[in-house]
Design a protein. Structure first.
Length: 79
């Protein structure tokens, strides 16, 4: 399904965030919910290790959470 939603460069990693499964969306919500205000304010400064730890603490898929974080950062840079 994600192959049907590539971005303008033909990639689907970030585009998958537009159509996450219900389970993926719940995982992302859990991960964001446990982030501290400081982490949320400085999300671009989070290390890969910190992103992975947040995902593990939230019992979320670390790869999907990393894609979400990177997409969030890129979206912020484009606005």
């Amino acid at each position: 399904m994600r192959q049907s939603f590539p971005d303008r460069e033909g990639m689907s990693e970030l585009a998958m965030l537009a159509v996450p499964t219900a389970a993926e969306l719940e995982e992302l919500r859990r991960a964001v919910a446990i982030m501290t205000p400081r982490e949320k304010d400085a999300v671009a400064a989070l290390s890969d290790t910190q992103v992975q730890q947040i995902a593990e603490d939230a019992k979320s898929d670390p790869a999907n959470f990393a894609i979400f974080v990177n997409g969030y950062i890129l979206h912020g840079k484009n606005n």
